[in-house]
Design a protein around this ligand. Structure first.
Ligand SMILES: [Mn+2]
Length: 324
């Protein structure tokens, strides 16, 4: 896909990504915004995103142009670009996407069937940013665009350590580095640095974690009272499930936090032995085979039991296949 071909002659273009945007989502949206602004100076380009962390706001270029509260006076965009998700996860931007003349979907989530009139969905790609790089003319990329793409790639690859990191991921990252941004400082601030509150709830989640299924799985739950005690918000829980799955012997981690009484956001990580995207899909969620999630109203014991059953089913199935 060449994005300038896809939006050719468009006078109004909207851009958005998933709710609770992460580094890949904000990075891809802002890189696309800055790129189209530069390539199509006469077009009106609007970008819509929900709230995200201060470290992303500080390091990703152009976030001051995000339209507040999803407000716009454009009745119907000539083109709307949905990045890093399928259109059902666009939140308040999903109606704008549905109404747009041309609907462009660029994503790397395996559960995305392609929700646009033009789709560039590659589940094996490391990040939406890697795909956004591919649809750009390299001669129009500049330092802020490169930095935004790099931040997205760093976020979704766990700083190039996850299995989604490929030769092309490294090649693109290498080319982006040549634009000369201060990548060690950016990686530290965006990926490694945590607030004191984040460290505290990480500690609570680790201390209170429980291993099950012979120590091959682990879960931890943070209730609303605990979240309130530390003054933590949902984005403060980022990284907890990844930390849990790093436990020796563990192949699947489940982290739950209560968003409303008896309603949980569930985040799962796997080392590859369990396909957590499949489990998330059973509960109406989505993601990748090694990182996925969903939201559910139930008691947490019940949630863990139901997930355990799905894990057992997968293991039984793979045993059956091994026998064949
Ligand atoms: Mn992503």
């Amino acid at each position: 896909m060449n994005i300038l071909e896809e939006v050719k002659d468009c006078r109004t273009i909207g851009i958005s990504g998933h709710v609770r945007p992460d580094g890949d989502c904000v990075g891809s949206c802002m890189a696309m915004y800055l790129y189209l602004k530069k390539a199509m100076p006469d077009a009106r380009i609007d970008v819509f995103l929900g709230d995200f962390s201060e470290s992303l706001r500080k390091n990703i270029a152009g976030t001051e142009y995000i339209r507040k509260g999803y407000e716009t006076d454009v009745e119907k965009y000539d083109a709307f670009i949905c990045l890093d998700c399928e259109s059902t996860r666009l939140g308040d931007a999903s109606l704008m996407f549905d109404k747009a003349e041309r609907r462009i979907n660029i994503d790397h989530h395996v559960t995305n069937p392609g929700s646009g009139t033009a789709n560039y969905v590659v589940p094996t790609a490391s990040s939406a940013c890697e795909l956004v790089y591919n649809v750009m003319d390299p001669s129009l990329i500049d330092e802020p665009i490169a930095r935004n793409l790099y931040i997205g790639m760093v976020t979704d690859t766990g700083v190039f350590k996850f299995s989604n990191t490929s030769r092309s991921t490294m090649e693109i990252a290498g080319r982006l580095l040549e634009y000369g941004f201060d990548f060690p400082a950016i990686v530290q601030e965006v990926f490694f640095e945590k607030t004191y509150v984040q460290q505290q709830i990480m500690g609570r989640a680790l201390v209170e974690s429980v291993r099950f299924m012979d120590g091959r799985c682990i879960y931890s739950v943070l209730g609303r009272q605990t979240m309130e005690l530390y003054g933590a918000v949902s984005s403060d829980t980022d990284g907890i499930s990844s930390q849990l799955v790093d436990t020796e012997g563990v192949v699947c981690a489940i982290f739950l936090y209560e968003i409303q009484p008896s309603s949980y956001k569930v985040s799962m990580r796997s080392t590859g032995e369990v396909d957590v995207a499949k489990i998330a899909a059973v509960f109406g969620g989505g993601g990748h085979s090694r990182a996925a999630g969903f939201t559910i109203s139930a008691e947490y014991h019940d949630i863990i039991n139901r997930i355990s059953r799905q894990i057992s089913l997968q293991w039984d199935e793979s045993e059956e296949n091994a026998k064949d």
